[in-house]
Design a protein around this ligand. Sequence first.
Ligand SMILES: NC(=O)c1ccc[n+]([C@@H]2O[C@H](COP(=O)([O-])OP(=O)(O)OC[C@H]3O[C@@H](n4cnc5c(N)ncnc54)[C@H](OP(=O)(O)O)[C@@H]3O)[C@@H](O)[C@H]2O)c1
Length: 349
Amino acid sequence: MKYKEIFMKRAIQLAKYGLGLTSPNPMVGCVIERNGIILSEGWHYKKEMYHAEFLAINNIKDECLLFNCTLYVTLEPCVHFGETPPCVDLIIKKNIPRVVVGIQDPCDKVKGLGIKKLKKYGIEVIENVLMDKCRILNKRFFTFYEKNRPYIILKWAQSNDGFIYSENIKDNRISGIHARQLNHKWRSEEDGILVGRKTVLNDNPKLNVRKWFGKNPVRIFIDQKLSISNSHFILDGSQYTIVFTEKQKKNQENIEYIQISFEKKIINQILNFLHKKKILSLIVEGGKKTLENFIQENIWDECRTFICDVVLKSGLKAPEITEIKGIVSKKMNLNKDQLIIKLNYQFKN
Ligand SMILES: NC(=O)c1ccc[n+]([C@@H]2O[C@H](COP(=O)([O-])OP(=O)(O)OC[C@H]3O[C@@H](n4cnc5c(N)ncnc54)[C@H](OP(=O)(O)O)[C@@H]3O)[C@@H](O)[C@H]2O)c1
């Protein structure tokens, strides 16, 4: 690994501490190095809190140390006033002579302007170091700004013989405890979680984070005729919930009713609304019909399937993704279950 890449790799590691906490902002990590020694580190640890560059720079009490140092940052520094002042101005003010950037910011307010301003003030800028890794780090943020929709993860558990539901299931569960715990970790990492009406009716899911720590995602479900009663967990108001329906209904505390047309395809209407709400990522947890909407329209980015250690013999068949579309990126065993992750895009590792 080349010299610059070692420090960028560390900055990526730091950025990942913000997973599930920074949205709608990106995850960003920053390292300040001189003569091969890391002087300071920082990462954006929570939305509305300090940026990575600000923390790394302000950790250094003796400003003489900044002489001839290099600042590594996973994403182009911001140039606009947001919740904090522009990081570019701070880098200029502190006379940092060299900045290594992982990838350009896709957001219109920055998009190359940060790099341009640094160069204008005589700062040496080295761009695109570990660019693909920095892009994957912020796959949600890049999808949101480039495709104008959330990053979409399809998730389901199926029996060894390919069913997602059957009357033969014991306790309404297909997957084992390890898979279920991992699923709760995943929920804590995404902004929204979507299910169909029949899943709410049959399973009465809470769709919160119980077997892990972290924030709950916004619950989202489709209920055309508003037939789900308030006795279901999803309408208990304990967590922000959005219901897509054809009916008009006044919002309640923590529950927002959004009227859409069921005469047109509904997925794009849902995604447009979630984009306006700044929901950067969505995990779709079933059932079959709801998942198939996304698969048929080829609007998804990642598919996570648990192939579980049960045989059901009959029931509701699992959705299918053709081999050409889903590139298998990972296979792993979780006790007796197997996890397969497919991606709907290609990237270099
Ligand atoms: N193993 C797993 O990982 C897993 C995960 C989740 C669920 N499940 C199982 O899956 C079963 C439910 O699956 P399912 O396929 O029957 O139902 P589903 O996908 O949960 O819900 C389908 C319903 O959602 C609404 N809907 C979804 N997409 C729509 C669209 N494009 N246009 C209009 N309405 C739309 C419709 O409601 P209306 O009927 O009001 O039109 C539709 O009947 C449950 O029994 C559950 O146990 C398994």
